[in-house]
Design a protein. Structure first.
Length: 232
């Protein structure tokens, strides 16, 4: 069966390369027109970071992550890989996996140890979820249930926006501090593993962890207000 398919493919290519026979009204000795160029394979572009590449990784789930609204938006593997998903898939993710589960992830590698997942599979159960567009829902009042939080600790990792710019930190306590990209640019020296930082902002503390959108950030004892109209 494979041989037959291979022969068909070879025959097809051969036929495609044979130039057309000269017409009766062509002058003697005229060269036949060249064969049309072969079409190039189309490679789909990856949105966002130009350095994104396809990735397939397996590992053990260490912890789930949340955004400032308290919605699960990814997880960390025991090897330190951060896997991100759209927040609207958070409830599906918590139903699919838990800490200690072995998982396989297919997606796009944004930076060395950060992946935007397209498919997540629980290797134990065989169940999986895939990134699908969010169904239409009623508008949410974002921020209406956020609490004022303050955190401090040692930076364990720097989180990044889709194009690779720093946009926050994860602390040794597990707390996640989100910054806007312009705000993060003010603190380049502090946004590095091992640095001690402090933040004040609005977010959520729940069973999955703690996360806040910073309104003030800096070194402990030297926190800087990020917005003129927000009190520390």
């Amino acid at each position: 069966m494979l041989c037959a398919a291979a022969l068909v493919a070879v025959a097809t290519v051969s036929l495609a390369q044979v130039p057309p026979a000269p017409r009766a009204d062509d002058p003697a000795g005229a060269m036949p027109p060249p064969a049309p160029p072969r079409p190039r394979a189309l490679v789909p572009a990856v949105p966002g970071n130009d350095t994104a590449s396809n990735a397939l990784v397996s590992g053990t789930l260490s912890r789930l992550t949340i955004n400032p609204e308290g919605t699960v938006d990814g997880f960390v593997l025991t090897d330190g890989t951060l896997v991100r998903l759209p927040p609207h898939l958070g409830s599906q993710l918590t139903a699919l996996v838990k800490t200690g589960d072995r998982v396989t992830v297919a997606g796009e590698r944004r930076v060395d140890d950060e992946i935007r997942a397209r498919v997540v599979r629980n290797d134990g159960s065989g169940a999986s979820l895939s990134d699908q567009p969010r169904a239409p829902v009623a508008p949410m009042l974002r921020g209406v249930n956020l609490a004022r939080l303050s955190v401090s600790g040692v930076v364990r990792r720097v989180t990044r926006a889709p194009r690779g710019e720093p946009d926050g930190v994860m602390l040794d306590s597990g707390a996640i501090v989100k910054l806007t990209v312009p705000a993060a640019q003010q603190f380049g020296a502090l946004l590095a593993p091992g640095e001690r930082v402090a933040a004040v902002g609005y977010g959520t503390r729940n069973a999955y962890g703690e996360a806040l959108q910073a309104t003030a950030f800096g070194a402990p004892g030297h926190v800087v207000n990020l917005y003129d109209d927000v009190a520390r």
